[in-house]
Design a protein around this ligand. Structure first.
Ligand SMILES: *Cc1c(COP(=O)(O)O)cnc(C)c1O
Length: 219
């Protein structure tokens, strides 16, 4: 695996308005530094403990994105440094992030994870739940968290038209909610297997792991 080559190749082929998150979960610091040396600064992890260890050990100008499901009791560990939380799925979690962001005198940007795949995935909320959160008095009174957009994961399938349908649904939902949410600017969709389709469907943030760092041994 030539990490720097992979990262340059992806950056060359995506439009400049699409942000690349290099998903470094399970990968060692050396691999992250190899990507860092190319000038890349945005990395994504799916476990708070692993991300925090890497944050402590690596250059402080890295922007860390939390991609995975967040347990409320672990929010405090990432609150001092996390730059974007992709998978918020409840008002309760948002409240905890608000509390810990305030303690750290920070503002933390978040995305709501919308469930767009029909299969398995346990995580994510539906559009009505997202609207409820955004329209709640509690959210509107928060001053340390901001929901800046949506995240979604398409069904793992070879069926391109299915993937396209799911991403298009998320794009439509994003545009719909954006009409009432001035802060909305990020639509995070697309991984190694489907990012080209995601970009065609309107994604402006892609999360790429294995196409940069190679296959993961565990997850
Ligand atoms: C692991 C992960 C990715 C990256 O997956 P690849 O298929 O390796 O690109 C993207 N998004 C989330 C939420 C992930 O957990």
């Amino acid at each position: 695996m030539n990490i720097s080559e992979n990262i340059s190749k992806i950056k060359e082929e995506i439009p400049s308005e699409v942000t690349l998150v290099a998903v470094s979960k399970t990968k060692p610091n050396e691999d992250i530094l190899e990507a860092y040396e190319t000038g890349h600064r945005i990395f994504g992890e799916n476990k708070i403990q692993e991300m925090t260890e890497k944050w402590e050990q690596l250059p402080k100008d890295i922007e860390w994105h939390m991609l995975g499901h967040v347990q409320r009791n672990k929010v405090k560990y990432m609150a001092p440094y996390v730059s974007l939380v992709h998978a918020v799925d409840s008002l309760k979690l948002l409240k905890e992030i608000e509390k810990r962001a305030a303690e750290n005198e920070r503002k933390i940007n978040c995305l709501l994870q919308i469930k767009i795949a029909e299969e398995d995935s346990k995580y994510g909320i539906d559009v009505a739940e997202a609207k409820d959160i955004l329209q709640s008095k509690e959210y509107q009174e928060m001053s340390h968290v901001k929901v800046v957009g949506l995240m979604g994961m398409a069904t793992l399938t070879e069926n391109e038209s299915k993937i396209r349908k799911e991403f298009s649904f998320l794009k439509t939902t994003f545009e719909d909610l954006k009409e009432e949410q001035d802060s909305f600017s990020i639509l995070s969709m697309g991984m190694s297997g489907d990012y080209k389709i995601a970009i065609e469907c309107g994604s402006n943030m892609i999360r790429i792991g294995s196409s940069i760092f190679g296959e993961r041994n565990y997850n």
